[in-house]
Design a protein around this ligand. Structure first.
Ligand code: AMP
Ligand code: MG
Length: 302
């Protein structure tokens, strides 16, 4: 393979695979009735996340814009216009240096972010499983030989993926269950029903009020988290309640709350990390090898 960027070394073929992933995933979604919307880079509202990152905001006249950490709120508003939307959303999360060597974190990355009006979590699971099969089949056809030269495990994922309940896995394997299960697995699997304290306020609280109607997709062979998503809260009072449980500041999300008050539909969706998917397919050590101009937590680069 030819290096196109020293330090870290990014292979030309890896970039071709990444480009093909985006192309085929987009075509799959279009074939399934989705429309692509343009990404939002700055907004007065952005994802509060469930972990802290350094501030990334810009003063503008008498207000402030945040650089987009995810497009969750914009997706919820966009499904008022089109019932099935997707976007390749560039996200800025100024992660701290301790995330430098996880292999999975950049401070600028891209999510294939999708949302479906009136959908349930399980609709999204099925959609993503089919998307993975189509993308992997296409990659096999066009790049199979080159991918297998660096990834002996490359294969078309078998669907449906196994569904593992978060709390059951926690009880069986302890707090490190995700890493343990990811290392043991030879196929991607879903972690479902994630406890309320592990996630942001916007994923819908299910049944007994302890777990959410949401999920993560976990890659096998130790590659870890691939996707997060779920059903969303859409009722104003419930959203306020969930924000109060998390201690989210209502003032900073005023623009969002004003729209919720006018009415947003129920929806479900997810975000697929493109660099992580490329890393998994090409069996790369670190996501910084999965794109040009990668920015690793804790240092500056072009
Ligand atoms: P989240 O909803 O925060 O889990 O983000 C959705 C997806 O984006 C994750 O499952 C990852 O695939 C990807 N992602 C999140 N944070 C990062 C990061 N710092 N670097 C690279 N990819 C990320
Ligand atoms: Mg996540």
């Amino acid at each position: 393979m030819v290096n196109v960027q020293e330090s870290p070394k990014v292979k030309r073929e890896v970039l071709e695979v990444s480009s093909e992933i985006m192309s085929e995933a987009g075509q799959f979604l279009r074939r399934n009735g989705f429309i692509e919307i343009l990404p939002v880079i700055i907004s007065p509202i952005t994802d509060p996340l469930n972990h802290s990152v350094l501030d990334a905001s810009i003063n503008y006249y008498d207000g402030q814009y945040s650089l987009t950490k995810s497009m969750i709120f914009h997706k919820q508003l966009a499904v008022r216009v089109f019932p099935k939307i997707f976007t390749f959303s560039p996200n800025i999360r100024l992660e701290t240096e301790d995330k430098k060597s996880t292999g999975r974190h950049l401070i600028e990355f891209t999510q294939l972010d999708l949302e479906v009006k009136d959908a349930k979590r399980d609709d999204i699971l099925t959609l993503v499983e089919n998307l993975f099969v189509e993308v992997f089949k296409d990659l096999d056809k066009k790049f199979g030989k080159i991918i297998r030269s660096t990834n002996p495990h490359f294969s078309i994922p078998k669907i449906p993926f196994e569904r593992v309940r978060y709390l059951e896995a926690l009880e069986k394997y302890g707090s490190d269950f995700e890493a343990i299960l990811s290392k043991q697995a030879t196929e991607p699997f879903w972690l479902i029903d994630i406890p309320i304290e592990e996630r942001e306020f916007y994923d819908r609280l299910d049944g007994d009020g302890k777990v959410l109607a949401d999920m993560d997709l976990i890659y096998p062979y130790g590659f870890g988290e691939a996707i997060s998503g779920g059903e969303r809260e859409h009722e104003y009072e419930k959203i306020l309640y969930r924000m109060s449980l998390k201690g989210n500041d209502q003032k900073s999300l005023k623009w969002y709350l004003d729209e919720v008050k006018k009415g947003i539909p129920p929806s479900a969706g997810c975000g697929i990390g493109i660099e992580r998917l490329t890393r998994f397919v090409c069996n790369l050590r670190h996501v910084s090898e999965a794109r040009l101009f990668a920015k690793v937590p804790g240092s500056l680069s072009i």
